[in-house]
Design a protein. Structure first.
Length: 476
């Protein structure tokens, strides 16, 4: 992990506590059964046989500076069951996960602190998504240092969003990765021999947490000068199907009894969750799962289950403990609301967060022939401090401008960023001039609870343009 040194180890990151408190709040406020009669925790507890529920180590208590300094590690499921949902759902999934970084950014702007994060994406293997971001001058100050990970900076936030957008989803059973990405984006950065592992579609919670432990232990060790992590979140859509064995060792993944890993692809194998739970509890206790004498600052661990049947919910209870995970019924707005709710309850709103937008016509025709189409280019800019979602221009299609990093063509629109639309307007006949109106709109992507009371959450307006029309005589 190529992080620069922090100035003081004494000031601990507080996100562990923030997320811990908020997830419990989120469970009580958001997790209602379809009947509306029973909350999620009660429903799940009643549907699971008592002997299946295992004791859980509690999450560590929050530090006092929780809203001033946060660092979160996210484990993101990109297994075959996610990919099978199709490109549109995968895109919504990425857009909602981006809100983790946006929420951290808003907290650092509100409280003047340092917020950051780390992303691993997992299937059968766990892939480090951070290498290119860590090597970049993301805040554009001419120096690669710790500030290139500080989400208080909008340029850094844009890089985190781009990194999440680049998470690679595939479902053709080939151990490959995109030609334009580093090998670590496709598989575990350890020296994998792909002849042993031909399927990228399995779900390995266990290895994901082993990789999280490596990252956390390096930063949180008493002798380390790196910023502490305080929270690990796993976002998954189903049960684990493989694990790395009882010795918690990354081996070449193979169907070979001499190799420790359990490669059966079955959701019914309880050891997949059991191995994971051992690492989860080690993280919460601040000790290496393979060597308890190796101590580090403990972190909180929470799970997010998207969809899932009763068996999957039982696995979540067994692995993370009742109250230590919460549910989303989809990959879209419900997931985003749950993730945003994690931090909003502990860090109260402040006037520094507001939703504003500006739209302008940057190219338009001076005249047009009657009964034809007029084409306009419209730029929409996020001029507020809150992120925007569902940015639309009436009859407009997005124009991709990859060479200009002030523009973003998809997903959430960060503060200061622009999106360009090409707009087609039909001009009727019978007049020598016409007034064109082009409505535009967006929604504030933040959880309303972190905005000041009464803040507008839906924004919009109308652009106008006057055109000269050339009348064309019609055949008799």
């Amino acid at each position: 992990m190529n992080e620069t040194l922090k100035s003081s180890k004494a000031k601990k990151i507080g996100f562990s506590a923030v997320l811990g408190i908020l997830l419990v709040v989120g469970l009580s406020s958001l997790a209602i059964s379809p009947t509306g009669n029973l909350n999620q925790t009660s429903a799940l507890a009643s549907s699971v046989r008592p002997e299946l529920l295992l004791p859980s180590s509690p999450n560590p208590a929050p530090p006092s500076n929780a809203c001033e300094s946060m660092q979160v590690l996210v484990l993101l499921d990109r297994s075959g069951s996610v990919t099978n949902e199709g490109p549109a759902t995968v895109q919504k999934y990425k857009d909602q996960v981006k809100k983790v970084w946006t929420t951290l950014s808003n907290i650092s702007k509100t409280y003047g602190g340092f917020t950051s994060g780390y992303l691993w994406a997992f299937a059968g293997r766990t892939a480090d998504q951070m290498p290119m971001l860590l090597q970049g001058d993301n805040d554009k100050n001419g120096v690669v240092n710790e500030e290139d990970r500080n989400l208080v900076n909008n340029d850094v936030l844009a890089k985190y969003h781009a990194m999440t957008q680049d998470v690679y989803f595939r479902n053709d059973n080939q151990p490959m990765f995109p030609a334009n990405q580093m090998a670590s984006y496709g598989f575990n950065p350890k020296n994998e021999d792909t002849k042993y592992f031909k399927r990228s579609t399995y779900t390995n919670w266990h290895e994901a947490f082993l990789m999280a432990q490596e990252t956390v232990q390096e930063a949180n060790a008493p002798s380390s000068n790196l910023r502490d992590y305080s929270m690990v979140i796993i976002v998954t859509d189903g049960e684990p199907t493989v694990n790395d064995g009882p010795n918690h060792t990354w081996d070449t993944f193979a169907k070979n009894k001499k190799i420790d890993e359990v490669h059966d692809g079955s959701v019914s194998t309880s050891s997949h969750a059991t191995r994971t739970k051992e690492v989860v509890e080690a993280l919460r206790n601040g000790q290496n799962v393979k060597n308890s004498s190796q101590k580090f600052t403990p972190v909180q661990v929470y799970g997010v289950l998207i969809g899932g049947n009763n068996s999957g919910k039982t696995r979540m209870n067994n692995t993370y403990g009742v109250g230590n995970w919460f549910a989303s019924n989809n990959f879209d707005s419900t997931l985003g609301a749950q993730l945003l709710n994690i931090v909003s309850q502990t860090c109260p709103p402040a006037a520094t967060l507001s939703g504003e937008m500006h739209a302008e016509i940057v190219q338009s025709p001076a005249n047009i022939i009657e009964d034809s189409q007029a084409t306009y280019l419209v730029d929409v800019t996020n001029t507020g401090s809150a992120t925007l979602d569902d940015v639309l221009v009436s009859n407009g299609t997005v124009v991709n401008l990859p060479a200009d990093d002030t523009y973003t063509s998809e997903g959430i629109l960060s503060p200061g960023k622009k999106r360009r639309f090409q707009v087609s307007v039909h001009i009727g006949g019978g007049a020598t001039s016409t007034n064109v109106t082009i409505p535009y709109s967006a929604n504030v992507a933040e959880d309303p609870s972190i905005m000041l009371a009464g803040s507008p959450m839906t924004l919009g307006g109308t652009l106008t343009s006057t055109l000269s029309v050339t009348l064309v005589p019609r055949p008799a």
